[in-house]
Design a binder for this molecule. Sequence first.
Ligand code: GRF
Length: 214
Amino acid sequence: MQTPSGHAIDATSASRLVVLASGGGSNLAALLAAHDDPAYGARVVGVVTDRPGAGALDLAHAAGVPSAVVAMKDFDDRAAWNEGVAQAVRVFRPDWVVLAGFMRVLAPQFVRRFEGRILNTHPALLPSFPGAHGVRDALAHGVRITGCTVHLVDDGVDTGPILAQAAVPVHDGDDEPTLHERIKSAERALLVETVGRIAREGLYVAGRHATIGG
Ligand code: GRF
């Protein structure tokens, strides 16, 4: 199979993605829909969630992808839970760890383990509106344009180098669910495109500036 850039990619050379998700998993679903094409260059090889009822687990099961639940309640403290997540991820030997709606902050120790190889998708145009309520905060602020961001994860909350962004308009009368749905539609496309490009073309990072391909 030839990629657009002409490099041969087969199933064994596809980048290994481990996806962490807490919710419904529509971003995971988009990655799973893309990964069957060998030309995509990446495959989801494992799914890890902190929520036993996460829809992401059903999606993984239906796609034949192994999954693990690492719930906070099963650990003595946050440090032990972080270690549990790291162990679960490591089992899948990831090239890239993709946080796709993973609603907990991972400790610096986790970030060190997979340094420079953790991607996150955030439903706002960073550096505006970081944190767990990016959609609500943008709406409350009264912005007319918001969007989504795929970025590298560092020790901060949504502060790592930005890889890709897409703008999404806010419509009169939007509430958080309607705006979030519009953002999620753009977010899925951006995540799939960005992860695929990184897998096929590589990623170069100099300080805050990240470039996909050369
Ligand atoms: C996405 O908008 C993600 O950025 C946010 O939560 C949503 C998760 O959606 N943190 P899904 O679980 O992938 O459907």
